[in-house]
Design a protein around this ligand. Structure first.
Ligand code: CP3
Length: 350
């Protein structure tokens, strides 16, 4: 907050003493901010914004100019990796992400490019270096990638999906093809996260948005095992040890298993009770979350009540990072975010 170098996020993730609960917001740079919409309109395509380091840096810093946030998160997308693997990502206005090519066979997996961080994806470490420089240590920068499973669903479906019909059909009828795809993705994600860490990211988060649609045994085999591989490889490959946050949306029932991966923190969505989650994981990991993003449609008083409820559920002491349970909605009034951030700091200060 007033400290010119605010390391509270890192300390909370490592469960070291903190004087307040750090807070950041998933999708904190995005369409709910008029200044984001202005840059986006000037730049044109969403992917052009991601691929132009100066612009990505500018929008990364926008929410920090408005709010007293305890972290910046790289402005990019989890689908930059499959784009660089040759699938051709584009966004249909109002429709979400689409790929020109999809993956449905062994031959499709073999044809994928293994992306190079100095070539196809060089814009990612470039943006991280620029943002790190601009931040000057004021708050840490969070890097991220999607989980192999979550990225694979978009590559197999060709975009967003309601039922994940194609990916699940592949999982049950051609598991070896899916395993090869996941293995290629685990390598690409490791390389991408290691490059972000080397360029200055001080925390990384793995977004497993769709792990929670799987039955338990399949969650373990097709999602968690590949995140485990990334964690093991990162520990071996990177010179700086950075905290890793694992976020499986709807993964509340598997927290004990997730806590055994060696990740420093687990992200929770709003369907999991924070007090019970803390009891279940004990002192093995920090926890991040878990306000329902829709609370931000309510009045300032209601927002304050919900923030207080979550801080009470945590029950004091380090090891909690305040966040929403998923990304902020584009319709939210930015003033509500200020109320959220300031209330977290005010009510948690010791
Ligand atoms: O959190 C941040 O501020 C960092 C930036 C970030 C974006 N996407 C920017 C973005 C992060 C961390 C992501 C992750 C991401 N992207 C996930 C995992 C987390 C989650 O939200 O579940 C997923 C599944 C994606 C894939 C993706 N990208 C979708 C489905 C969409 C369309 C969604 C929509 O709301 O229209 C995107 C586009 C996207 N990524 C936008 C932003 C700000 C909106 C782009 C725009 O139109 O300007």
């Amino acid at each position: 907050m007033t400290d010119p170098r605010n390391d509270t996020l890192i300390r909370a993730l490592l469960r070291e003493p903190v004087s307040f609960t750090p807070v950041w917001i998933m999708r904190q740079a995005g369409r709910y901010l008029p200044e984001y919409r202005a840059v986006r309109a000037r730049t044109g395509e969403f992917m052009t914004l991601c691929q132009t380091p100066e612009r990505a840096c500018e929008v990364t810093l926008q929410p920090l100019a408005r709010f007293d946030l305890d972290a910046a998160i790289l402005f990019s997308d989890i689908l930059t990796i499959p784009d660089a693997m040759g699938l051709g990502l584009y966004f249909e206005p109002g429709e979400g992400p689409r790929f020109r090519k999809t993956v449905s066979s062994q031959a499709d997996v073999t044809a994928l490019i293994q992306p190079d961080m100095e070539d196809e994806l060089s814009y990612i470490p470039q943006a991280v270096r620029m943002i790190t420089q601009e931040l000057g240590g004021k708050v840490p920068l969070i890097g991220f990638a999607g989980s192999p499973w979550t990225i694979a669903t978009y590559m197999v479906e060709g975009g967003s999906s309601r039922d994940f019909r194609r990916t699940k059909a592949m999982m049950y009828s051609q598991p070896e093809v899916l395993h090869q795809l996941l293995s290629r993705l685990a390598d690409a994600v490791t390389t991408c996260l290691a490059a972000q860490i080397d360029a200055g990211a001080r925390v990384v988060q793995i977004f497993d948005t769709w792990g929670g649609i799987l039955p338990g045994p399949e969650y373990r085999t097709f999602s968690l095992d590949y995140m485990q591989k990334i964690l093991d490889n990162l520990a071996a490959h990177t010179t700086h040890k950075v905290p890793v946050i694992l976020f499986t949306k709807n993964g509340g029932q598997w927290l004990e298993t997730m806590a055994g991966t060696g990740a420093q923190a687990l992200g929770l969505d709003w369907t999991t009770d924070l007090a019970q989650a803390r009891q279940r994981v004990g002192d093995r990991v920090a926890l991040q979350g878990n306000l329902d993003p829709a609370v931000l449609y309510a009045s300032p008083d209601v927002i304050r009540q919900h923030v207080a409820r979550i801080l009470d559920a945590w029950g004091g002491g380090t090891g909690h990072v305040f966040n929403l349970g998923h990304g902020i909605h584009p319709q939210i009034d930015p003033d509500r975010v200020r109320i959220l951030v300031d209330t977290v700091h005010e009510l948690s200060s010791v």
